[in-house]
Design a protein around this ligand. Sequence first.
Ligand code: PRT
Length: 115
Amino acid sequence: MARTMNDVLQQLTATLAERKGAAADSSYVASLHESGLNKILEKVGEEATEVILAAKDAQGTGTNDALVGEVADLWFHCMVLLSHLDLSAADVLSCLAKRQGISGLDEKASRATNG
Ligand SMILES: N=c1c2ncn([C@@H]3O[C@H](COP(=O)(O)OP(=O)(O)OP(=O)(O)O)[C@@H](O)[C@H]3O)c2ncn1[C@@H]1O[C@H](COP(=O)(O)O)[C@@H](O)[C@H]1O
């Protein structure tokens, strides 16, 4: 049965919460938490760079598997970051939901007007 985006994010969120208390030698996620915020931020930065490189490589080739894999790595490490700071994908989804229907151009213009 096909899993919805929500199912995948909810399952991963639950797994990440569970791994926060796990032994570092038994879990990659637990090892990231044990290494601390700076290590997690380093991984987010690394994965963001890998997304950029994969997107440039994929351009015009019609082959996007590597790019999709790198974006998955980036999303995953961002979710570990959120979990490390006691946040989750739900917080980001709720932020995006509030923004729905508000044009980025209008939001930017209102910021300029409000100083
Ligand atoms: N979705 C992921 C996921 N995506 C990517 N990765 C890992 O993220 C790492 C990415 O590292 P790099 O690409 O930088 O490659 P690397 O050379 O292995 O890493 P470094 O040596 O540079 O640190 C790899 O080890 C991947 O296996 C993930 N590890 C775990 N998950 C999920 O998290 C769950 C819990 O994982 P554990 O904590 O390992 O049990 C898993 O069941 C999955 O659902």
